[in-house]
Ligand binder design. Structure first.
Ligand code: SF4
Length: 400
């Protein structure tokens, strides 16, 4: 089919096949892809609103046994640079988030063998008892799998226990590309195969949780595999309807074992626009300004995105791989409004909470991203001894 015929098909509201989406991605002029994605976006979100959320990305540990080759964040078990945040450190981060108008943590971390499911349950319960209205958007599917393997219990049981302790929703991290050929090349097949990632999300949706979906592109996958990834997400969304949003970001190669070069801004915009055309059942698409910077992030709003993601109070994972873009609420709102949209604060369920908080009350400016821990801080949280150590390195450390 010609590009013009495919464009007509999109305008008529018909669903693109994988082959058709690939054809659009590979051959449509960039401005045509953008125009079409913008039309689809406007049809779904006709009120010219662009949303964002004030939350904080907290990485509770960087110790990880998965050792994905694209990751610059993790430290192996026993590393002197490995950390686990203490409950009090996490409460301090929640206090700062609330001061900035936020109501949620995006809590993710490495696959640490010394953190059993009880550690997560105790943390979640404690957060909910201190901050009853605060939301926990936590633990990507590979983390849920890791916890289930450690606990030797099923994924549905882990989801049930974590929800009972206070889990509100699950972030779509760890998806990378949902094609096992790619996952094996990236050394992330053993942490979760494509089927396992999808299955955790299926169980989460069945348990009533809403989740996001992500894609890390630009490493070793082919263009067809990017579309195959989106196709897996679209099929699950047809089945469960549990995805609120799709977020694509480009692989960040600095300091990684895999190395390579980062995809360009145009490639990002083409990928985003194709996602808007293909993922016809996912309501929201986020602009990944965290990896693309504010300017491409703003341009994303003309290529299908209707959400600017999060005010990034803290970031550790992408920064470890070389990207450290920072925008506080004032900057995010300036970028949204300069692009001709109305900026609205939302929660994880994409419900509108109101206008910018800085117009309602004074909030501190945030011109630098926070980090999980200050450099050189090697403190070990006191409560860790409440949980049995599983790794030899941790057992040895405690014996000393
Ligand atoms: S991406 Fe996640 S699972 Fe993979 S090595 Fe990094 S922290 Fe571990």
């Amino acid at each position: 089919m010609s590009i013009e015929a495919l464009a007509d098909k999109v305008r008529a509201g018909a669903r693109l096949s994988e082959a058709e989406a690939l054809e659009m991605y590979l051959s449509a002029p960039t401005h045509v892809l953008g125009q079409l994605a913008n039309q689809v976006r406007n049809k779904r979100h006709p009120d010219r609103t662009v949303t964002y959320i004030i939350d904080r990305n907290v990485n509770y540990t960087n110790v990880c046994v998965a050792r994905c080759s694209f990751c610059a964040f993790y430290r192996p078990v026993g590393s002197s640079e490995g950390y686990v945040l203490g409950f009090d450190e996490i409460f301090g981060k929640i206090d700062e988030t609330i001061e900035l108008g936020g109501g949620q943590l995006l809590l993710q971390g490495g696959h640490n063998p010394d953190l059993p499911i009880e550690w997560y349950e105790d943390l979640f319960r404690e957060v909910k008892s201190r901050y009853p209205a605060f939301r926990l958007h936590a633990l990507s599917p590979p983390e849920v799998l890791h916890i289930s393997r450690l606990a030797q219990t099923s994924v549905p049981d882990v989801v049930r226990r974590l929800v009972a302790a206070g889990l509100d929703s699950i972030p779509g991290g760890g998806a990378e590309i949902l094609v096992d050929r790619v996952r094996k090349l990236l050394h992330c097949y053993s942490k979760a195969s494509a089927d396992e990632w999808i299955d955790v999300m299926r169980h989460a949706h069945r348990a009533g949780l809403q989740t996001t979906a992500t894609m890390m592109y630009g490493s070793v996958e082919t263009s067809a595999e990017r579309i195959e990834h989106m196709s897996r997400l679209r099929a699950l969304q047809d089945e469960t309807g549990g995805f609120t949003a799709f977020i694509a970001w480009s692989y960040q190669p600095e300091h990684t074992e895999l190395q390579g070069v980062e995809a360009t801004g145009v490639e990002y915009l083409r990928t985003l626009a194709t996602a808007r055309l293909f993922l016809d059942n996912v309501p929201s698409l986020q602009a990944s300004w965290v990896t693309q910077g504010a300017k491409v992030g703003q341009l994303s709003l003309a290529y299908g995105a209707n959400d600017m993601g999060s005010v990034m109070i803290e970031e550790n994972v992408v920064r470890a791989a070389g990207a450290a873009y920072c925008m506080d609420e004032i900057e995010i709102v300036r970028n949204i409004e300069d692009a001709g949209f109305d900026a609205k604060r939302r929660n994880m369920h994409y419900e509108i909470l109101g206008g910018p908080i800085f117009r309602e009350r004074q909030v501190p400016r945030m011109l630098e991203l926070g980090v999980a821990r200050a450099d050189g801080d090697t403190s070990v949280p006191a409560e860790l001894v409440n949980y049995p150590a599983r790794s030899r390195a941790e057992r040895d450390r405690r014996a000393r």
